[in-house]
Design a protein around this ligand. Sequence first.
Ligand code: XMP
Length: 509
Amino acid sequence: MQHNVLILDFGSQYTQLIARRVRELNIFCEIYPYNNPPKDLSTFKAVILSGSPFSVRAEDAPHPDLSEIRGKKPLLAVCYGAQYLAHFSGGEVAPSNIREYGRANLSYIKENEPFLENISNDSQVWMSHSDTIKTLPTNGVRIASTKDVENAAYKIEGETTYAIQYHPEVYHSTDGKQMLENFLVKIAEVPQNFTPNAFVEEMIEELKNKVKDDKVVLGLSGGVDSTVAAVLLHKAIGKNLYCIFVNNGLLRKNEYDSVLDQYKGMGLNVKGVDASARFLKALAGVDDPETKRKAIGNAFIEVFDDEANQLTDVKWLAQGTIYPDVIESISVNGPSATIKSHHNVGGLPDFMKLKIVEPLRMLFKDEVRRVGKTLGIDAELLGRHPFPGPGLAIRILGDITQEKVDILQEVDAIFINGLKEHGLYDKVWQAGAILLPVNSVGVMGDERTYEKVVALRAVESTDGMTADWVHLPYDFLMKISNEIINKVKGVNRVVYDISSKPPATIEWE
Ligand code: XMP
């Protein structure tokens, strides 16, 4: 990939959002932590400095040397970045005596300023800082103000250096994307060539050069990321890609067979391994959610290792890692503890000692979907709801038995098929059913029953970090509830989960 735009991260919660907005302009960009920037800057055509939770006046705040960047590359400094630039270049940054948080409107826009072309006069911007720029840096020229913030935006005379105290990347800055476009396309002249087609072509070439005639093994999950990674690799190296699809016995009803068929129809060289019994055995009597997850994780590693060992001369392990995972591992605050545990190479299973290839490591989830579409992957597969790795095990509260799995698979299938039949599936981000560890009293004919309760859950979300419950139509819920109670033996009550995240989570375990 061409390194077009470098985003130097000072630890702001919005840094990923800057990258998203830049990518929406079909411009490739990469985030690097300010304390570990790329060694070679020559391929970057522009640089963006992110915001930060720090005050520039704090001793432990990020104060990197920008001498290789400023004046040498087009530079856009956002929020903390703008204050940092001012603080170290002859300006003055001081605590603000008013609250500079939330919506504001531009009240002054410098005329004939390319950065602000096509921006409405009173454009709404989003502020989020407690310091403010009192005096501009040497050669600084004010280009925009709000009622409360005089130096809302400035540039440095004689350079392509721009600085803004507001956040162009958030939705509330209504012309934020236009400003980014003005800076990147008009001022910095960065090419808008990062399209799904271009990505596919370049990545296939890159994979061919990297993997050559080696064999690669990949674990398919039925989800979007591993499928797109597999199809890309398949296009690059054909039969040298060996895929393994493990049935852990905790998938949705008929999912193992139907997904396996779908993969074979796509021409992938895939081996299905039905290890349901092994997983169920590992889970016997376990009711703690985290212990369940560990048991499933360990069983998966054992099964995958057994299978990978049956292949000879495999050199690479392919993974469907995507960009948010990568950003997390290189964050300003350092990699998380789980990532560090990978250094324990001696204790790793054999397949984890292989070289790693991750064709999607630079893509956000929606970009993965678009790449999948370009590759001709079925829209139904690309539009599938997320499904957790431990599967139904974390939707059966308490211990797991085959009987409970069977019940939940039936309930879940009625719910999910119902959503599809009523045109609701694509309006929901994730949906599923939960089998509760309680029985309740009911009547059926003249008989009193004492049977299981199931909960239905459907949420709207963009990334799973926050979620709202979906207001599914009452008529639909009534129909699904009737169908479940009539058809699924052992269930006599259905409830609908109306909790949002936070404080509730999406899964119940
Ligand atoms: P929560 O329940 O934390 O879920 O709100 C957020 C998203 O993560 C999924 N999830 C998991 N995915 N392994 C996974 O692969 C897990 O252990 C796991 N737990 C939760 C959940 O389905 C939702 O999409």
